[in-house]
Design a protein around this ligand. Structure first.
Ligand code: SAM
Length: 317
């Protein structure tokens, strides 16, 4: 479906839970999330109904995210049902990877085509620090599991955090040489409660090309990342600049939160509830939400923080 500003909206990010088995400092509070009432969250049936409505409006790419989607009971069945929805041509999932050793095979078999795995550091102590509770060994085992299961694409997502992982840019990028995967660096977004990191932690994407002058530009794959490649690499290095150079003019996505709020724009507080609606209701509400998608999200910086009023784990990154 084409929105008011001529953008073809073809991509839905569906957050299936706000819960996570990690506590990344820039993403969620230390004590996790205040667990909402079960009846306030979308049921699995409602999620699939929403995917069907979205597909009927022209959504062909679906990303399952969270929270951590792999902590959701029944995630494999949910993926299988979503993959079977007519019109969904690409099913992607974003995860911290730690539960992939058990779930990568079943997810692939259920129809997940692509995996994005979040990894901000290759240092075990720094991994334990940034995630507050996680183990790097689990995340690396998850990446190995993903690579052995034949996904169409595996990408590593690293958030650039000044003073934390900028010294690791070469090692993280080098994963694209060692393994058949893409590595993407993403600017840290000033979300609602990313309190551990202030303006000094924000780094523009250009820091990557400065640190790695050997990166050579490659043709875009139509996504939001600027693509490069290291000499002899098996995969690309992608740079994503939500803060320094927004891509609102090309934004083709809408988001649906685990508590049923449709968000036409990540950084806007506008939310439209789908909770409790039937298929027709979801279709009409989604259509109006797409038409209400703003032209752009306004200035975003550490002075002009995101207006989303939610942390990323409550939106779906
Ligand atoms: N649990 C899954 C994971 O770790 O990938 C999926 C959810 S997580 C919210 C999705 C992505 O959002 C992760 O790659 C995470 O690093 C990113 N993210 C969270 N907060 C962010 C922020 N303030 N700025 C940029 N990226 C952020």
């Amino acid at each position: 479906m084409v929105d008011t500003f001529g953008r073809n909206i073809s991509y839905l990010r569906l957050s299936v839970t706000e819960l996570c088995n990690l506590r990344c400092r820039y993403c969620m509070p230390e004590d996790g999330v205040c667990k909402k009432r079960h009846e306030d969250m979308l049921t699995q049936e409602e999620m699939i109904l929403a995917v069907r409505a979205a597909a009927a409006l022209g959504i062909s790419k679906l990303r399952i995210t969270g929270g951590e989607p792999l902590v959701k009971a029944g995630i494999v069945d949910l993926c299988r049902e979503a993959a079977a929805v007519e019109g969904i041509r690409e099913l992607c999932l974003t995860t911290n990877g730690t539960l992939l050793p058990k779930l990568a095979g079943p997810l692939r078999e259920a129809g997940v085509n692509r995996l994005n795995i979040s990894l901000d550091t290759l240092d075990p102590e720094k991994y334990a620090y940034i995630t507050r509770v996680g183990s790097l060994a689990d995340a690396l085992a998850g990446i190995e599991a993903a690579l052995s299961c034949g996904f169409d694409k595996v990408k590593i997502n690293s958030v650039l955090i000044g003073g934390f992982n900028d010294d690791e840019i070469p090692q993280l990028a080098e994963l694209s040489c060692r393994y058949p995967l893409d590595v993407r660096f993403i600017e840290l977004m000033p979300m609602y409660d990313s309190g551990d990191f202030g303006p000094e932690a924000y780094l523009p994407y250009t820091v990557v090309t400065e640190r790695l002058p050997e990166l050579r530009p490659v043709e875009s794959d139509g996504g939001v990342a600027r693509l490069y490649r290291l000499p002899g690499a098996q995969g690309n290095v992608g740079l994503i600049s939500p803060v320094s150079a927004h891509f609102c003019a090309e934004c083709n996505r809408i988001r649906l939160t685990a508590d049923g709020k449709l968000k036409p724009c990540l950084h806007s507080s506008d939310e439209i509830s789908l909770k409790g609606l039937d298929y027709e209701g979801m279709l009409e509400t989604m259509r109006s939400a797409i038409l209400a998608k703003p032209k752009w999200h306004g200035v975003l910086s550490y002075r002009e923080r995101s207006q989303a009023n939610r942390n990323m784990n409550q939106i779906g990154g």
